[in-house]
Structures are given as structure tokens and as C-alpha cells.
Design a protein. Sequence first.
Length: 140
Amino acid sequence: MAGHPLGNVPSRHRRGILQLAGVIHCTTGRTPFAYIRYGCYCGWGGSGWPTDQVDWCCFKHDCCYGKAEAENCAPKTQRYTWECEDSEAKCDDIEDKCQKMACECDRDAAKCLAKAPYNVTYLFWPDTLCGKKSPACRDD
């Protein structure tokens, strides 16, 4: 992890509901607060059409959590242990199905966010501008 006094040493994390926040910070270097009220899907809930690439990342993350919930998991509150290594969250050592699903959803969302251009215009985007039509979740 950059800035660690011993060099590039992986750091281990175990958190509750804020695990996604840690994974986002690890992967993007940004504060997770930058995504709390971004577009139509970043933060709690979500509806309408995603505004941009960042919002699509959040939409896909919601879909991923939906798949985990369909497997009787609770990804929004699932605790799991992960490592931040070279700006990537590692979920490899997780054996519990629900923990692994939650970690992989969070990791994939953070990777997506790291690649997507951030547009401050969509921060605090009003729900009324999201529209009524929503895309369907895909199985990929």
C-alpha cells in the first residue's frame, strides 16, 4: 500500500456496512463520499437511467448485490476480510459464499469506478432528473 512505512505491504481490512467504502478508497484513491449522492444509482437506492460511466458502475453494483440477495446473502451488511494490495481489493482467500459474493461485488464496482471519468456535475444529482425508465440487470 502506497505510503506504508515498510514499503508496499498489503493491508488487511475487516469492516461491517462500510466495507464498500474501504474497497473504493483502496482501488480509486478517492474518498468514498464522492460517490454517496452521485447520479441516479450511487448511494442507497437507485432508479431511472444511469447518468454516465460512474453511475453505470453503481447500477451494476446494485445488480450484483441483487444476485447475492437472490442467493440468500445480505451483501449490504456482510462482513468480510480483504486485502488492499497494489490499489486492488483481494477477495481470493474468502471461503464463505456470501462473504465472497459481497467482496467480489464491491471489488468489481471499485475497479469500474477507477476506470470511469468522474463528473462533478452528477454529484447531488436530483432523483427527479433520473426518469422512470430503468435498465434491466444482466447476467454477466
